[in-house]
Design a protein around this ligand. Structure first.
Ligand code: ASP
Length: 481
C-alpha cells in the first residue's frame, strides 16, 4: 500500500496551542504550533538537543537551540518514548540539511516549550527496526509497545483500510452488515466449541460461534437477502501451525443466487480491493482459474494449489477457485462425515443419491474454495434449504432423528417456514491481509494476537477465576492426578 494515512484535516488553524498533525507541518512554515506524540530518537549534542517526534501521521526532527534556555532545561531529562506536547516554530531547513523524499525532510521544529504528558522507562525492546527479529513472546507481552513500530502501524492501519473497502463495496451492492450472537449454542458442526457456563442455568452452557453459519442462513429466512459481517470466529482446536483460537472472517450470504453469482461477486471484490489498495501487486490471471477438486489433486496434489508462475515475486497474487469437492469422507472410525459444511447442497445432479443415501462417496457438493498463493483464503457453498434433504445429510453421518431435532431443529423449522434458496462464503480475513502485507504469519496482522499455544501473554490469559466465581457457576475443578 502506498499511502499509509490519507489526507485528513488536523483541525489546525495555525494558532499556538492547537495540535497539528506531524504530516501537516510543512503547511505551517514560519508559524508557532504544537505537536503531540512520542520521542522517537533523542540526540544530545551539548549545546543543542535534537529530538525526532512521532505521531500516528509521521515523524519530524525537532531541535532545542541555545537561545531557548527554558526549553533546554525542559528537555534535559526527556528520554525516548516519553509522550510530549511540544510547542515550536516550524522552520525551513538550510539547503544542505534537506533530506529529499522523506516526510518533513525539508523542515524542522524549533522547540520553544515542552510539556511532559507521560514518562517512560526504557522500553523492553527496540522498535526502530524490524521487530520480527525480536523474541516474539516479549513482543506479545508488550504488544502495545510493538504496535508503535512502523511495520505494525502499517499492518493495523492497512487492515482497517481493507475492512473499510469491503464494507463500502458491499454496501454499494445492497448488502447490510448484521451482528449475530457471540453467546450461542453448541452443535456438532466441525471443530471443538469454546463454551461458557450459564450461571442462571446450572449445568448448561453457551458456545462461542465457530462461524455465524446458522445465523446467517436464518437471516435469509428473515428476509435480509444480502448479509455480511466482519465476524469473529472461535474454534478450540489443537494448536497447529499458524492458527489462533479466535480469528476474523468476512462472512456473507445471499438469497436467490447460484454458485456463479457468489463467485462473480467475490472475485470482483478481491480484484477491486487489490487494484485500489495494493496497486503495486499483480494478479496473475483474471478471471481466476478454476479447478475441480480432482484436477487440483492430480495436478498440484493440493486442494489449495499454489499456481504462481514465479514464486520469488512477493507482489504476485495467484488466485484460483476449487470446486466440485466430495460432500462426505470417511472418519478414522469408518463413519461418514462432511468435508466442508453440513449445510451445503449437493450438486443438483447428485441430489437423488443423497435422498436415497446411495453412492455416498460419489456425491459432490456445491462448495467452492478460493485459494491465494497456496493458501485457502475463503470457502462457501450453495445451501441445502430443503429440510428433508438436510435431514438425510445428518442421517448419513449417523445422527438419530431425535439428535437432529435437538441440535438442528431450529434450522429444520426455519426451512419449513419460507426460506429462499441461498448461498454464501466466508473469507479468512487475517490470512488474506497477511498475504497482502507480505507477512509470514497471521499474528503480525492481528493487533492483540495470542501465541501459537493460545495464550494471551499480555493479559496473562487463560487464568484462574476466583472460588466465588466457581461457586456461583456451580463448577468444581477436578484436580488432575
Ligand atoms: N461458515 C463457513 C466457514 O466458516 C463458510 C461458509 O460456508 O460460508 O467455513
Amino acid at each position: 500500500m502506498t499511502e499509509i494515512i490519507s489526507k485528513q484535516d488536523s483541525k489546525s488553524n495555525g494558532k499556538i496551542g492547537v495540535r497539528v498533525y506531524i504530516k501537516d507541518l510543512s503547511g505551517h512554515i514560519g508559524e508557532e504550533i504544537t505537536i503531540s506524540g512520542w520521542v522517537d530518537v533523542r540526540r544530545d549534542q551539548g549545546k543543542m538537543v535534537f529530538m525526532d517526534m512521532r505521531d500516528m501521521t509521521g515523524k519530524v526532527q525537532c531541535v532545542v537551540l541555545p537561545n531557548h534556555p527554558e526549553a533546554i532545561e525542559q528537555v534535559k531529562d526527556v528520554r525516548t518514548e516519553w509522550v510530549l506536547s511540544v510547542k515550536g516554530l516550524v522552520n525551513k531547513r538550510p539547503e544542505r540539511n534537506v533530506k529529499a523524499g522523506v516526510l518533513n525532510g525539508d523542515i524542522e521544529l524549533e522547540i520553544l516549550h515542552v510539556e511532559v504528558l507521560n514518562k517512560s522507562y526504557t522500553i523492553p525492546f527496540d522498535i526502530g527496526g524490524d521487530t520480527r527479529e525480536i523474541n516474539e513472546e516479549v513482543r506479545l507481552k508488550y504488544r502495545y509497545v510493538d504496535l508503535r513500530s512502523d511495520r505494525m502501524q502499517k499492518n493495523i492501519r492497512n487492515r482497517h483500510k481493507v475492512i473499510k473497502f469491503i464494507r463500502d463495496f458491499l454496501d454499494t451492492e445492497s448488502f447490510i452488515e448484521v451482528e449475530t450472537p457471540i453467546l450461542t449454542k453448541s452443535t456438532p458442526e466441525g471443530s471443538r466449541d469454546y463454551v461458557v457456563p450459564a450461571r442462571l442455568y446450572p449445568g448448561k452452557f453457551y458456545a462461542l460461534p465457530q462461524s455465524p453459519q446458522q445465523y446467517k442462513q436464518l437471516l435469509m429466512t428473515g428476509g435480509v437477502e444480502k448479509y455480511f459481517q466482519i465476524a469473529r470466529c472461535m474454534r478450540d482446536e489443537d494448536t497447529r501451525g499458524d492458527r489462533q483460537p479466535e480469528f476474523t472472517q468476512l462472512d456473507l450470504e445471499m438469497s436467490f443466487v447460484k454458485r456463479e453469482d457468489v463467485i462473480e461477486l467475490n472475485e470482483k471484490l478481491l480484484i477491486d480491493l487489490v487494484t485500489k489498495l495494493y496497486p503495486e501487486k499483480k494478479i496473475q490471471q483474471i478471471p481466476f482459474p478454476r479447478f475441480t477438486y480432482q484436477e487440483a489433486m492430480e495436478k498440484y496434489n493440493s486442494d489449495k494449489p499454489d499456481v504462481r508462475e514465479n514464486k520469488e515475486d512477493p507482489n504476485l497474487l495467484a488466485f484460483c477457485w476449487v470446486i466440485d469437492f466430495p460432500f462426505f469422507e470417511k472418519t478414522d472410525t469408518g463413519a461418514w462425515t462432511f468435508t466442508h459444511n453440513p449445510f451445503s447442497r449437493p450438486k443438483p445432479e447428485h441430489l437423488e443419491w443423497l435422498m436415497n443415501k446411495e453412492n455416498i462417496g460419489g456425491i459432490l457438493t456445491s462448495q467452492y474454495d478460493v485459494a491465494l498463493n497456496g493458501m485457502e483464503i475463503g470457502g462457501g457453498s450453495i445451501r441445502n434449504h430443503n429440510p428433508k434433504a438436510l435431514e438425510k445429510v445428518f442421517e448419513i453421518m449417523g445422527h438419530s432423528l431425535e439428535g437432529i431435532q435437538k441440535n438442528f431443529g431450529h434450522m429444520m423449522a426455519a426451512f419449513s417456514l419460507g426460506t429462499p434458496p441461498h448461498g454464501g462464503i466466508a473469507w479468512g480475513l487475517d490470512r488474506l491481509i497477511m498475504l497482502l502485507q507480505n507477512e509470514p504469519n497471521i499474528r503480525e496482522v492481528i493487533p492483540f494476537a495470542k501465541t501459537g499455544e493460545g495464550k494471551d501473554l499480555m493479559m496473562d490469559s487463560p487464568s484462574e477465576i476466583s472460588e466465588m466465581q466457581l461457586l456461583e457457576l456451580g463448577i468444581n475443578i477436578k484436580k488432575s492426578s
